[in-house]
Design a protein around this ligand. Sequence first.
Ligand code: SF4
Length: 238
Amino acid sequence: MIAISEIFGPTIQGEGALIGVPTVFVRTGGCDFRCSWCDTLYAVEPRFKADWQSMTAEAILSEVNRLSGGEPILVTLSGGNPALQPLDELLRSGHQQGHSFAMETQGSRAQPWFEQLDHLTLSPKPPSSGMPFRRERLEACLAAAGAATKVTLKLVIADEADYQWAKALAADYPHLSLYLQPCNPAPATPEQPERETDIQALNAQLRWLVERITADRWYRPRILPQLHVLIWNNERGV
Ligand code: SF4
């Protein structure tokens, strides 16, 4: 059984390599991290377990098909950390039904079924998250991806220390597409679900990041905002 926090869509992917692509989100419940700026605490903290559903792969696909109107679609597996869940059957059956699958994880847990993913976004967390970085675990996730899995690195940047960390890390993986994303300085929290993001502050951070890479003549990364935050602010389920 798979712990599910929410299934919603269709909407568009707001981040990373697949930004703008129509998708249904399947958000799993539970995470082995607790980042200082996490914007999905309702899918992380055990106190929200009562809100999560235990679902079979078949039930999840049935909901995906209902939301997509029966059309094949990109299914985005997010969390929490979806790598903690048994997702092999979901991937196998979903592919048989014509869906494709993208997953985002912090790279702390590798699973054999990573090889079935069409897209794998590895998003190891920078120093500002307060979480430790374990390189051997990231390496295990890279090794678990299949020959046809498109793997990208997506790094959230809150400050100069994060930027320097990202630059050093990315240098060790020159073959991966690289995306940098400014940190949402004021995500909604379970206590403040209606909290509005300061879009001006977010834009200022985006500008700083662009200026930072151009000053460094570091032309490899793509700099992207969280498109869904710009469109819908911190609203859940879009
Ligand atoms: S890894 Fe992601 S879901 Fe888990 S605590 Fe960090 S930001 Fe939240």
